[in-house]
Design a protein around this ligand. Structure first.
Ligand code: FES
Length: 191
């Protein structure tokens, strides 16, 4: 899709094109895509905003292309660093012996996706979902917009910042803001 004003052109690329009728760009931003759509990319300024993985991909792509990175800006909402996790099927119970200084393992079950992982609780539920390739909406990543609101089975989570976009009714219904919610016990999330 392309929308054009006098000095502005919008291009959209779908990374998960489910509509076979889609005739526009598909896939992640790449050198070939930029050469095709913005042939004077070396002269441009680049502003990137989005999930950490997306921004890292764009940054590395541009660096690999020899883009002048002093013309590159990205916005960060303070996402946590990546850490390792162990995957398990939903059918398997979470078993881990915690000793000494071991981090406490916490299971997150993404019920609608039939997927479960074990984490040490240092990543938000949104970040865990993104790392596991589970589709989840997000925007501000700081508890302010409500885009990442998801329903749980009612388990407790820890919030590092006030979940401003979560009402009392939302809480009573078992909703959380995944971007600022950290698991403190086994969680079942409906995504
Ligand atoms: S992404 Fe805005 S509240 Fe979570």
């Amino acid at each position: 899709m392309a929308a054009q004003m006098s000095n502005f052109q919008l291009l959209v690329t779908l990374t998960q094109a489910k509509e076979s009728a889609w005739m526009g760009l598909t896939g992640r931003i790449s050198e070939a895509m930029l050469e095709l759509t913005v042939p004077d990319w070396r002269m441009r300024s680049v502003y990137v905003c989005g999930p950490n993985g997306f921004m890292q991909h764009v940054r590395e792509t541009l660096e690999g292309m020899g883009f002048p990175m002093e013309q590159y800006q990205e916005e960060s909402f303070g996402g946590a660093p990546v850490l390792r996790m162990t995957k398990q099927s939903v059918a398997e119970p979470l078993e881990k012996t915690v000793t000494g200084n071991d981090p406490v393992a916490v299971a997150i079950a993404f019920k609608d996706s039939n997927h479960q992982v074990s984490t040490d609780g240092s990543l938000s539920i949104l970040e865990v979902a993104e790392q596991e390739g589970i589709a989840i909406r997000s925007a501000c990543r700081m508890g302010a917009c409500g885009a990442c609101k998801v329903k749980t089975c009612g388990t407790k989570v820890r919030y590092e910042v006030t979940p401003a976009a979560l009402s009392e009714n939302d809480r009573a219904d078992g909703h959380i803001l995944a971007c600022v919610a950290y698991p403190i016990e086994a969680v079942e999330v409906h995504i």
